[in-house]
Ligand binder design. Structure first.
Ligand code: GDP
Length: 488
């Protein structure tokens, strides 16, 4: 019965959404990706490009002069926090040039674009309007869809099993050691539950560190709690329980199972029903360079995460519940971010690597239906290119101002001075890059050091760049794929 009610609610809402968009197009665009993938920077740059323009030759409606103007408008959902684009833009373009604060929860922004449509036969028709509702949410939450199809027993077994492996075993050690001391049939004990949850969460966090860069680590709220930080709904962890039978009441097992169920029904389901199921388009940002840097296990993990993401969008018949929450997305874009860490000769290679990964994920998830594309981009380009002579060699380098503080290669940066980094070439053959991990940056102007993880400060804009048009790589192509068809 609850399922029917849920279905009725969703049908009613999609009718309302459809009625609102019959005259002029409305698109609900989801922006997601794991933490640090670049969601905040991407969305800030995208809105800035729509509202203030820039160098966007591949964004056709703009290049053809058919966009009369774009502006922010009040968002439709009162209960969702607003994406604070002004604050983020001030951080990026202010005198200190810092990266904005990252996404930690869902937020929303409406942009209204006035445009002239191209007539079917000839001429243009002015006075058209596209309403773009952009929803930014942590990718960690998206991977929770898998939990809807797993009971506590299945989830526990899978999570414990997947914590074995060369990278994961050492990270999971402290949690697994504690797990071995828990008797699931013993009387429930809050302090044991808290300790288990704390150690389990620490394991998930460790998997997201720079040099590890694992991607598949649900439950998502353990990593990105949003408003649930410190809430008892997150005080559970997998248990080693018998393969059959029910939890005795009052046991550790029944307590953890109850909390797991509460997590699914009060946190995961409402997110998919209220937000995810309503999306028309989706961009998934991927820090593919971080995975390539960290090595083959991180890459394999990224591929598994992409497969999960694709199956979240597949119009399949899995369980009736999860298929109910699947949105009717007709365009899905995977974007490798921070391409400005590479020389432009490697941009196509990065794209090819992601295309290969997504292609394999498409096969595994048996995905079909939506148009899927791939791009390598930098929403905000923080580097420029140059060449440096080393002996008889001309090295293509990228040049930028490193972020202040300790670089992860042990160097310390404190000034405004630029450094040149030889980013290394990505292998031309995506298979080789995926097998070996492809990207090895090193310094050429500083003493040699591991510069794979160097972060650059946002670019210095010239006085003529105000209101700021931010330099980017392939943001225009991204806009064209995501909304270009609605502006014709
Ligand atoms: P989120 O967690 O997905 O919201 O990620 P953010 O948008 O906050 O980005 C995380 C970090 O990645 C930023 O603080 C920057 O250091 C870096 N970053 C994101 N986008 C870009 C980009 O286009 N170019 C460069 N060089 N760095 C970026």
């Amino acid at each position: 019965f609850e399922g029917l009610l849920e279905e009725a609610r969703i049908v009613a809402r999609s009718l309302a959404d459809a009625a609102a968009s019959t005259l002029d197009p409305t698109i609900r665009l989801g922006v997601t990706g794991l933490s640090r993938a670049g969601k905040t920077v991407f969305l800030t740059a995208l809105v800035q490009a729509l509202v203030h323009g820039g160098r966007l030759p591949a964004f056709r409606a703009y290049a053809q002069g058919r966009i009369a103007g774009a502006r922010l408008a009040p968002q439709p959902d009162d209960a969702v926090p607003r994406f604070e684009v002004e604050t983020h833009l001030r951080a990026l373009t202010g005198p200190d040039r810092t990266w904005p604060e990252s996404t930690r929860r869902i937020s929303e922004l409406r942009v209204v674009v006035d445009f002239e449509s191209r007539g079917f036969f000839s001429g243009t028709r002015p006075g058209r309007r596209l309403t773009l509702d952009i929803v930014d949410y942590p990718g960690e939450w998206l991977l929770d869809l898998a939990l809807l199809g797993q009971d506590f027993r299945t989830w526990s077994a899978r999570t414990i099993l997947s914590s074995d492996g060369p990278t994961r075993t050492p990270l999971a050690g402290p949690w697994r050691a504690h797990l071995a001391t828990i008797d699931p049939l013993a009387a429930e004990d809050e302090s044991v539950a808290r300790e288990a949850a704390a150690r389990f969460t620490a394991y998930l966090r460790a998997g997201r560190a720079d040099r590890v860069a694992l991607s598949t680590l649900p439950p998502g709220r353990f990593l990105m709690p949003g408003d649930l930080e410190g809430s008892p709904a997150l005080t559970f962890a997998p248990l080693e329980i018998p393969a059959e039978g029910d939890a005795p009441s009052g046991s550790m097992w029944s307590m953890m199972e109850r909390r797991y169920e509460a997590y699914r029904s009060h946190i995961v389901r409402p997110f998919f029903r209220d937000h995810f199921a309503r999306l028309d388009r989706q961009v998934v940002l991927v820090d593919a360079l971080a995975a390539l840097n960290a090595g083959p296990e991180a890459v394999a993990d990224l591929e598994a995460a992409l497969t999960d993401v694709l199956s979240a969008f597949r119009h399949g018949q899995n369980s009736w519940l999860s298929s109910l929450f699947r949105p009717r997305v007709d365009r899905l874009l995977f974007a490798a971010t921070k391409a400005d860490h590479l020389h432009h000769t490697s941009h196509d290679r990065l794209e090819a690597i992601l295309r290969r990964l997504v292609g394999r994920a498409i096969e595994k998830a048996e995905f079909s239906g939506a148009a899927v594309d791939v791009v390598a981009l930098a929403a905000v380009r923080a580097t420029r290119e140059g060449t440096v002579r080393q002996g008889r060699e001309e090295l293509p380098v990228i040049i930028g101002v490193p972020e202040r503080g300790e670089g992860s290669g042990g160097q310390s940066f404190d000034g405004d001075e630029e450094i040149a980094v030889f980013p290394g070439d990505l292998p031309a053959d995506p298979e080789i890059a995926l097998r070996s991990g492809g990207y090895r940056g090193r310094a050429v102007s500083e003493a040699d050091g591991d510069l794979r993880f160097v972060k650059f400060r946002p670019p210095l804009l010239s006085a003529t760049d105000r209101p700021a048009t931010l330099p980017h790589i392939r943001l225009d192509r991204t806009l064209e794929f995501l909304i270009g068809d609605a502006l014709t």
